[in-house]
Design a protein around this ligand. Structure first.
Ligand code: MRU
Length: 348
């Protein structure tokens, strides 16, 4: 199994996704500032993986606090949470994970535990979130596999695989589960400009697992849909609003529109922690703007002239009307999403 990230006594070990597929390197991030850097620079990326990394960053930061003064400990703990929360704005799993760590900290403080004991419990919690994420993805996979027919060709965008999670994946988890159920499934992977998560990560993962994958550039998706080569689309999500609008990697919206035009079902696979009922519609989801060099350069080589205007929104929002179903670990939600999502979220 691909090890995306792991807690060790030395720190958080993460595969450096910026270097894949040419190099497989596993650096250790020993401070919360280093974990924050890893999230911001996309050493680790993908909403669920970002959440787990942030939880580990909180635990690491708390462990490294040296004061025993309650007010100072509190202040430093809050700073750790703020720095980690300031890394990437769109994936709600980041904030969900930090909130979970914060509320555990408050609860344990209230119970009168020592800071040393609290830190051990925070480490346990972060490790548990890692393991839970893998189980959640497997449950999601089992729920979604039923939607994939034997012999199907599935188009996916970006990377919502083992590398985007603690393991197994969300969209790729659905595909893996269908394959494990004995179905023959082939995948078309959009390369996903500008960061190339499809070309570098999805193609790498699927090839490693011997799942047939055809890599295409983003602008080829419509051509293959029209030619009848795609049976369904499955993507992940960074945040799902209460009405079913879905924020995911830039280009997802175009894929969804093309899918509707060609009568191809467009499915979203995401854990309950990605559903943000406090965000009413996609209009309210903050969209991260990433550095211009991600668009102008590939591996240091400049593609465009100096002096022009560059835009680099990392995500877009697909309106709920394009979404055939949202696959979660608790079941599959369909329109009207306001009701079906709330029901799943509150089913705990
Ligand atoms: O910018 P990234 O690589 O973090 O964006 C990742 C995506 O958009 C994924 O599709 C999403 O986080 C779901 S991952 C299971």
């Amino acid at each position: 199994m691909i090890k995306t990230l792991e807690w060790t006594d030395e720190g958080v070990v993460m595969i450096d996704q910026r270097l894949l597929p040419s190099e497989e390197v596993y650096p250790v991030f020993k401070t919360y500032e280093e974990v924050a850097y890893a999230i911001k620079e996309m050493v680790v990326r993908g909403a669920p993986a970002i959440g787990v990394a942030a939880a580990m960053g909180v635990a690491l930061g708390a462990r490294n606090i040296t004061t025993n003064d309650a007010a100072q400990f509190d202040q430093q703990f809050q700073l750790i949470c703020d720095v980690l929360a300031g890394t990437r704005p769109t994936a709600v799993n980041l904030f969900w994970a930090i909130e979970r760590m914060k509320s555990l900290y408050e609860k344990l403080k209230g119970e009168g535990l020592s800071f040393a004991e609290i830190c051990l419990r925070l480490i346990d919690e972060a490790r548990q979130m890692h393991d839970e994420d893998v189980s959640i993805n497997k449950a999601m996979g089992a729920n979604g596999a039923a939607l994939i027919n034997d012999g199907a060709t599935v188009l996916t965008h970006c990377n919502a695989g083992a590398l985007a999670t603690a393991g197994y994946g969300t969209a790729l988890g659905v595909i893996r589960a269908a394959v494990e159920a004995g179905k023959k499934v082939a995948v078309f992977a959009d390369e996903t400009r500008p960061f190339l998560q499809g070309a570098r990560l999805t193609a790498w993962e699927l090839h490693k697992d011997s799942i047939p994958v055809t890599l295409i550039t983003d602008n080829m998706a419509g051509h293959f849909m029209k030619a009848g080569k795609i049976d369904c689309v499955v993507v992940g999500a960074d945040r799902i609003a209460a009405n079913g609008d879905v924020a995911n990697k830039i280009g997802t919206y175009s894929v969804a529109v093309l899918a509707k035009e060609n009568n191809i079902p467009f499915y979203v696979a995401a854990p309950i922690s990605t559903i943000d009922l406090k965000t009413k519609t996609g209009e309210d989801i903050p969209i991260e703007e990433r550095p211009q060099t991600e668009v102008t350069h590939v591996k240091g080589a400049q593609l465009s002239p100096d002096g022009i205007t560059i835009a680099n929104p990392a995500f877009d929002v697909t309106p709920y009307r394009y979404v055939a179903a949202i696959i979660t670990e608790r079941g599959v939600a369909r329109a009207p999403f306001e009701e079906s999502l709330a029901k799943l979220v509150n089913a705990a």
